[in-house]
Ligand binder design. Structure first.
Ligand code: FES
Length: 238
């Protein structure tokens, strides 16, 4: 299903992955033998149907190729679920932020926080209205849904951080979770005070996804960590 320009949703039949998938985790897929391995966050799962949902933005060769697949065609292999699931707190006001294609992975995280009894305020942002998706789905799993677009074609004209500042002024926020482009997460980290928890989901380049190649190395709090096995979620303040 085409969700927006260059953004496609796939429902992939992988019963054993669907059975174990939790919010915050990802898979690595390969379209063909010898092909590139790309990490994709699990945006939703249906244990009964045995499917997971992947939302893919065309940005390189493999994602372009994947987006040209028709319903019924196959993906060579799907490895997962990989990475640690999101740590779900209780009885807090949690702000979840999804930027661009990051709206997809923030959905199961928002749902898990809501199901655990937190007050969930969701902020989703994109360049324009045409690139926004899942407003209804997000609405269902949040107490409040706020929208920001760069050009003002939907919601607040400007960045998710403008909306976040307003929320932080009015609410007693316990935790902020942000998923999106690196620049967006870095901007969010500048706005969230140190005393408020901040979790970000990193999307570094990966090869094996199981801690062997070191390709996904990041520095967190002065220490070298692997995004695939130590993350993908890390303390955003660090
Ligand atoms: Fe190879 Fe993380 S992807 S160590």
């Amino acid at each position: 299903e085409k969700l927006a320009d260059k953004i496609t949703l796939f429902e992939v039949a992988v019963p054993r992955v669907a059975k174990k998938a939790q919010a915050g985790q990802f898979v690595i897929i390969r379209l063909a033998e010898g092909g590139e391995r790309i990490p994709l966050t699990i945006a939703d799962h249906d244990r009964k149907a045995g499917t997971i949902t992947l939302v893919v933005q065309e940005i390189g060769h493999t994602t372009k190729q994947m987006s040209s697949l028709e319903a019924g065609q196959g993906i060579l292999d799907v490895t997962g679920p990989l990475g640690h699931p999101s740590h779900i707190v209780k009885d807090k006001t949690v702000v979840v932020i999804g930027g661009g294609v990051g709206i997809a992975p923030i959905f199961p995280i928002a749902r898990a926080f809501r199901e655990a009894g937190n007050k969930v305020i969701a902020i989703i942002g994109a360049k324009s209205k045409a690139l926004l998706f899942w407003q209804e789905k997000m609405q269902k799993v949040s107490n409040e849904l706020l929208i920001a677009t760069d050009d003002g074609s939907a919601g607040h004209k400007g960045f998710v951080t403008d909306v976040l500042k307003e929320v932080l002024n009015k609410e007693k926020v316990g935790l902020v979770v942000a998923v999106g482009p690196g620049v967006m997460m870095a901007a969010v980290a500048k706005v969230v005070p140190q005393e408020v928890g901040l979790v970000v989901s990193l999307n570094s380049l990966m090869v094996d996804g199981t801690g062997m190649c070191g390709g996904c190395r990041v520095t967190v709090g002065g220490k070298t960590r692997f995004t695939c096995v130590d993350g993908p979620e890390f303390d955003g303040h660090q």
